[in-house]
Each structure stands twice: as C-alpha cells, then as structure tokens.
Design a binder for this molecule. Structure first.
Ligand code: IFM
Length: 723
C-alpha cells in the first residue's frame, strides 16, 4: 500500500469563503445515503445536506428533486456555557482530513472562546459501509479549563433544499434512553425514521436530559471539565425509510438498531473491512505523481459511496448524492461515464444500475407513446419513477431571476442508445448470460424498437434520418442528423439483431426468446424494417474522412478556442445561447465521443482526422466537465500524451480544485468516472476483445508505475505497468 498521504484529502486552515466547496469534497456515504461535509455545530451560509437514495419529492419547475433528509449531524458543545462555533472566538489550529481508505472524516480544532476557555476538539464521523442503516459520530474534547462541558446531540427535520421545504414532522419521542424522529416528504409521502443514542466513553456525567423540541429532539449531557483530561462522547444514529420496510415497521427498526449498535471500535473495524474489500477491487496505483494518485482515489471514493449496494431501483445522479446540482436526477452520465468503472471493478454494482433502467422500462414506454412512437424511449433526466423529469426551464446563467427554455427533455434522445450500449458492454465484459437473457436483451430490443419507429424516411436522400435532436454537444439544439445520435441508433439496432441471433442459438434462452417475441411483437416484418433502417441510416462521411457533427455544421461560422483567448467564460456566456448555436465551437466531444465508444469500427486515419479538426473547436476549459476525460483518451490514442495528461488532470481535479467554480453544487460524477476511463482505456490502453484482453500502455513520462485490477468474465485480472 502506498504511503498515507496519497489516501488523505486534507485541509489545514478554515476558509469560510470555501465552505460550500469543502462541504462537497468532504462528503461521506455508504451507497444508501451521503452526507455533505458540513460542520456539526453549523456555520452561517452552510449547505448541510444528507441525501438518501430514492427519496425524491415534487418541486415546482424542476418537477422532482432528492429531498434533503433530516440532519443527523447536529452536535453543539458548550464550554462553561459558551457555545463552540467557528464564527466566534479564535481558531487556534484547524485541520480536516478525509481518509479515503475508510471514509472517516476527522476534524481537529483548537478553539478559544470569547471568554478565554480553550479546548481541543476532535470530531470523527462515518456512515458504515458494513451496515448502511448506521451512522457514527465521535467527539473527543480536551479542555484546558475547569468547569463543565455541555454536549447537545440532536436530529433535525427542518431541512430544506435551498429554501424548498419537503418534510412534514410526524412524531418524535424517547424510549429507554434512545430518541426517535419521524418525518415524511410532503408529496411523495416517503416516511423516514431516525433513532439516536449517545454514549459517554470518558468523563464524569453530571446530568443527562432529553429536550423534546418539535422537529429537533435532542439528548444532552453535562460533563465535568478538568484541564487536560480528555472527554470522549459518541453519537449513534440509525435510519430507515418506507422505501426499505413497511411504514409501520420503520420506527421500530430504527429504535431496535440504535441501542444494539456495536461500539465505535467494532463499527469502525467492520466499516474499515468493508472498505478494504472495495479498494481491493477498485484501487488504482500511480507512482511518480502524487496529485494524480490522490485525485483518482478521491474520484473513485466519491463514486463508490454513491453506488447503491442493496437497491436496484435507484441510480447515481449527475452530482452523486453530494449536492443540490441537477436535483439528484440521473443522465447518460451513468451509463457512458460512470458505469465502465463498475462493469470492470464491481460488476454487482453495475448490474444494480442497469436494473434501475430495466425496472423503469414502463416510464420509457410512456415517454415513447406520448411522442407517438413504439418501444422504449428513456428520459433524458430520470429520478424515482423513471418518467421524464428534465425541467423545461432553467435559470439563465447571466440573470438567475429569468428562466430559459431548454430542450434536452424533448429532443436529446441519444440516451436510449447509450443505455443499450451500456447493457451490451456489461454483458461483453462480464459474460453474465443470465442477466442478458432475463433483462439485458429486453433493454436492447425495446430501445431498438423505439429507434426504428423514430427514424424518418427522406425520399430526397433515400435515407432514414433523425431530425430535430440534440447531440452530446448541447450548445447546438434542434439539429438534423447528428452523427452521434444516428450512429448510436444504428448500433442499437445492430446489437438488437445480434442479441436475437444469440438467443436463438441458445437452448436455455428459448422460453425467454418466445416471450420477448410476443411481448415486443418482433415479427419478421418488423425485423426486416430494422434491417432496412440499419442499412439506410443517414451517415455521411466526407472524402477527407471528416465527419460532420450534424447536417449544416460545417457551414457555421468557424470559431476555434485559441481565437477567444484570454477567456474565463463558456461559449454560451461569450456568444449568448443563440450565438453559440451559430458557431462551430462546441461544448463537449460529440463526433469524438462516438469514435471513442465505437472505436473498433473506425480506422486510425478517421480518428486522427476528426481529432485534429474537432479538438481546437472543443471548449474543454469552460464547456462541459464531461469533455476532458474523453479528449484525454483520444489524445492517448493519437500518441499525444502531453495533451492527454493535461486533459486527464483537468478532469481529475474537477472537484478537488474546483476547476469549474461550481463544485459547491456537488461532485462531477461523470468526470470522476471519465478520469478512471482515461487511466484504464487511455494511458493503459486496456481493450477487451472476443479473445481476451490486451493493454497498450502509453504512460505519462513522469509515471513510474500504473497498476489496477479488473474483472473479465468473472476472473479478477491484474495490470501492473512501468515505464
Ligand atoms: O449529461 C450532461 C450533459 O452531457 C452536459 N450537461 C450536463 C449533463 C449532466 O452532467
């Protein structure tokens, strides 16, 4: 194992200006819930939030959002009646460390109160990966004064999502020293029950109390403070929702769990063991580049804590469970950017995420039907129920009081093909035939059915077209024949026919095949139509092998990024929303994205030609955070390792260094997944083929070693590369 510092995300001073960014960075979680790194005692302007998977509630304009759940962190400490808070008194020393090995967040503060009472306080917290319903907080205080230390440990149901209230208080109380709190979301009526217990490990207790204040039940204890004698206090919480158990059982479950929870040491050990197993599968070792080493572990950690372990009806949002950005909704970010990490290192988690799409096929049918099509059209943004939840309006970037109409919910249709691509990718790498037969085949066939229905015949071109769409580059909307969309649709249809042939050839798939043929009405006429669409889909390639991103793109005013230097704004901010539609500058890779996903179908010559054309026109600096990792991978392929490294490190730093200035909204999950792909598929050049796997290493010069593991068809493989 590498030295400690490459596992520790650290800050050594408290900077109120960086409060919300740091809350994101210090998010902890366990696949069931995540909690932002807000301070136990609160701070003005903090965005304290806990998000529990699947707990969505309705909201105006944005339709639905993950409801910021009751807060389990509240812990206030009074030093001889003076309340500890970082916005008062004097911070004599401060340090915060997130240990990525175990997910334990530790804060060490030496604080002098306005009346000169001094104490060193160490706060530690973790959300157990060994038992996802249990959360732990420990506080060690060394007073430098005589007197008392009063500790108030509470729960708080008065949480909101930036002003939007989602919770209705239901009940609270105390039984046998443990406290419970019940609350329900206003519209979706999801109930939650928390139980809280406190434990004094070191210190003489003078009195203990229960404050039955509605919404914030609190247990208090007053300890005798003696100079330089450490006091240790623990707060144990358990959480259940009505998504886990029947409503009438959740309070009982929480209250039963809290008093029987293991000691801090036992829970800590179980959690550390669970994390050791995660890292044994997923860790990436980079020697010769401490920043990249820590950054990849940080990005992996943030994805691992957001990945549902025991629930396949939830997905990972574009901002994981770490912030209010994108309202907890999930996008193609999951299938194309995050999923590869799970497919290769934790296939059981990849399967959960794909099952979420499978369970949501009814929502995809509703969307297709509403638009007048057959088959499964997946929503661009999806939440709890699988229906389209992309807000039609978002606040204008220049004036947030004004709303701007956005179109992805209607016309960014490529996501259906992205999901089919991911299902096939999962099967190809894992060899999970059972899942393919039971679920994957249906996902691929049902989306193919949509693509065949959505294709429009053009008598003039003698081709099938997809008009009025948005490709990955969202700066250009209402375009016709976006190459990415058309080619991914074609690939979806091709894969569907391939899967049908595969099922036909397998004795053990006969029953499922018969059922699918009936259920999806896969008549020979329909399949013939699919073949025709595949053959005649509009996919122009110019003589020079340059691919036009969409029809008419080359006629737009040519704008390269270098011409706009110096610049600190996105293309839409420079040119306006309409103006950005009229130039060739793009927000994120589009043609290159396609060439990356379907790399084996295109020659090096084609990739090079398009790389050289599109790279100078792609806004990697201020465009989408999804861009840099893909640019890095293609740059690796082109042998341009310096550029590849620059783009890789830009992606890797997205949140740690807040390179886009919006990390306060939550982790850039797609960028985190893309960072792993840039290392594994870019620098290591891993390729899984029909016959096995190969690597084609192209390490940055200063990397002495790159090592990682992955699963291929059930076997764990190891890659260990040096210069
Ligand atoms: O899915 C992405 C999209 O590609 C670019 N805008 C942000 C979305 C969520 O990350």
């Amino acid at each position: 194992m590498n030295n400690d510092r490459n596992w520790l995300v650290r800050e050594n001073t408290f900077d109120p200006a960086d409060l919300n960014h740091k809350e994101t960075i210090f998010t902890i979680g366990n696949g069931y819930l995540c909690t932002r790194g807000a301070l136990e005692e609160t701070y003005p302007g903090n965005q304290r939030a806990t998000f529990i998977h699947g707990v969505f509630d309705a909201a105006p304009i944005i339709l639905t959002e993950l409801a910021n759940a009751p807060d389990w962190l509240p812990l206030t400490i009074h030093l001889n009646d003076e309340r500890f808070a970082l916005d008062r008194g004097t911070i004599e020393s401060f340090e915060r460390v997130l240990d990525l090995r175990t997910g334990v967040l530790t804060r060490r503060v030496r604080w002098r109160s306005p009346s000169d009472y001094v104490a060193t306080m160490i706060f530690e917290r973790f959300t157990s990966l060994a038992d996802e319903h249990t959360l732990f907080l420990r506080c060690r205080v060394t007073p430098e004064f005589d007197g008392t230390l009063e500790i108030r440990a509470g729960l708080d149901a008065r949480m909101d999502n930036r002003g939007m209230i989602h919770w209705r208080w239901m009940d609270q109380g105390e039984r046998d020293g443990a406290v419970y709190l019940r609350a329900a979301t206003l519209e979706s009526k999801i109930e939650t029950a928390y139980a809280l217990r406190i434990n004094v490990v070191e210190g003489a207790e003078i009195k203990r109390d229960f404050w039955d204040v509605e919404n914030s039940p609190t247990l208090t204890t007053t300890l005798r403070a003696v100079p330089n004698e450490e006091l240790i206090f623990e707060k144990y919480i358990s959480v259940f929702t009505s998504r886990d158990l029947p409503r009438d059982q959740i309070e009982f479950a929480a209250m039963q769990r809290a008093p029987t929870m293991p000691s801090w040491e036992q829970a800590h050990e179980a959690n550390a063991n669970a994390w050791a197993q995660e890292w044994a599968r997923s860790d990436v070792v980079i020697e010769g580049d401490d920043e990249a080493q820590l950054a990849i572990r940080f990005n992996l950690f943030q994805l691992l804590i957001a990945a549902p372990r025991h629930d396949d009806r939830v997905n990972i949002g574009a901002k994981t469970l770490s912030g209010f950005g994108y309202n907890g909704h999930c996008f193609w970010d999951t299938e194309i950017f995050m999923l590869p990490l799970f497919i290769y290192t934790a296939p059981h988690l990849a399967k959960n995420l794909l099952n979420y799409r499978f369970h949501n096929l009814p929502g995809a049918h509703r969307k297709a039907q509403t638009n007048g099509y057959e088959g499964a059209q997946f929503p661009w943004e999806s939440a709890g129920g699988g229906d389209e939840v992309t807000p039609p309006f978002v606040p204008h970037f220049a004036d947030p009081t004004k709303l701007v109409r956005i179109w992805p919910g209607e016309i960014e249709i490529h996501i259906s093909a992205d999901i089919a691509y991911a299902a096939y990718h999962y099967w190809r790498v894992t060899g999970d035939d059972e899942w393919l037969i039971e679920r994957g085949a249906e996902l691929i066939l049902d989306t193919a059915k949509f693509w065949a229905a959505r294709a429009e015949w053009s008598a003039e071109k003698q081709s099938y077209e997809y008009n009025n769409v948005i490709g990955p580059d969202e700066n250009h909307d209402h375009v016709n024949n976006n190459f990415y969309t058309n080619r991914m649709a074609q690939s979806n249809l091709q894969t569907a026919l391939q899967i049908l042939a595969l099922l036909e050839a397998r004795e053990d798939a006969r029953a499922q095949l018969t059922e699918l043929i009936q259920k999806l009405d896969l008549s020979s006429e329909r399949l013939e139509h699919w073949r025709e669409v595949i053959e005649k889909i509009y996919l122009p390639l110019t003589d020079t092998k340059l691919i036009e991103q969409f029809e008419g793109y080359f006629k737009l005013r040519d704008v390269k990024m270098v011409e706009l230097e110096p610049r600190d704004k996105s293309l839409q901010q420079v040119f306006g929303i309409e103006g950005a539609n009229e130039i060739q500058g793009i927000k994120q890779p589009d043609v290159l994205m396609l060439l990356y996903l379907l790399r084996d179908r295109y020659s090096d010559e084609i990739v090079r030609e398009n790389y050289e054309y599109y790279t100078p026109r792609t806004d990697v600096s201020f465009g989408s955070s999804l861009g840099p990792s893909i640019q890095a991978i293609i740059a690796c392929e082109m042998g341009d390792i310096e550029t590849a490294y620059d783009e890789f490190i830009r992606a890797a730093r997205a949140d740690l260094r807040d390179v886009r200035g919006n990390a306060n909204d939550g982790i850039h999950a797609a960028s985190a997944g893309g960072t792993w792909q840039a290392i594994v598929f870019g620098f290591a050049g891993l390729r899984v083929t029909e016959n096995g796997w190969t690597v084609h290493p192209r390490l940055p010069k200063h990397w002495r070693r790159l090592a990682f593991r992955f699963f291929h068809r059930g076997e764990q493989e190891q890659v260990d590369l040096s210069q």
